[in-house]
Design a protein around this ligand. Structure first.
Ligand SMILES: [Zn+2]
Length: 147
C-alpha cells in the first residue's frame, strides 16, 4: 500500500457496469470502511459494502446524470444507473457527504477500507478473515469488538 496522503487534485474515474453513467471524484476520501448492515447487504446483494466517504461537492457525475435512479430523498439517497442498475454512490449525512461504492471505481483510490462496521448485524454465513478493526455499529459508537 502507498503511504501517499489523499490528494484533492488527483481525480478518480468511476462508472456503472455498462458505462452510460460516469463520474469523477477527488482522490481525497476522508474515511473508508466495509459496512455489514442489512441495508448495505441488500443494496449490493453481497456480504458487505466497501465504500469511501468524501464531501459531496468533490464528486461530479460527468455522463448520464439525467439517467440516474435515485432511491430516497434529496439529502439521503442511493444513486444507480437506471438501466444496468449499478450502485454508484449514496448521498448521506444530510446531503453533505457521498459514500462512493469502491466497486464502481475504475481507478485505484489512495485509501481503502480501514475497518468493518455494523459487524453486529453481519451475515452469519460470512467470516471476516482480515485483521482490520471490527465495530458493532458505527466507529463512534464504541471500541472495536475484536481487539
Ligand atoms: Zn451499511
Amino acid at each position: 500500500m502507498s503511504e501517499a496522503t489523499p490528494d484533492d487534485t488527483r481525480r478518480l474515474a468511476g462508472r456503472c457496469m455498462c458505462g452510460a453513467v460516469q463520474y469523477s471524484v477527488a482522490d481525497a476520501f476522508i474515511y473508508a470502511a466495509n459496512c455489514h448492515c442489512p441495508d448495505c447487504r441488500r443494496a449490493t446483494g453481497s456480504a458487505f459494502k466497501p465504500f469511501a466517504g468524501i464531501e459531496r461537492e468533490k464528486l461530479a457525475v460527468t455522463k448520464g446524470a439525467d439517467q440516474l435512479l435515485i432511491f430516497g430523498g434529496e439529502k439521503n439517497h442511493d444513486a444507480r444507473y437506471q438501466s444496468c442498475g449499478s450502485f454508484l454512490y449514496s448521498v448521506v449525512r444530510d446531503g453533505a457527504f457521498v459514500h462512493v461504492t469502491l466497486g464502481s471505481l475504475a481507478d485505484e483510490p489512495t485509501i481503502g477500507p480501514s475497518e468493518h462496521i455494523f459487524v453486529g448485524s453481519k451475515a452469519s454465513w460470512f467470516t471476516i478473515d482480515d485483521d482490520l478493526p471490527q465495530y458493532d455499529r458505527h466507529v463512534a459508537d464504541g471500541p472495536p469488538i475484536n481487539r
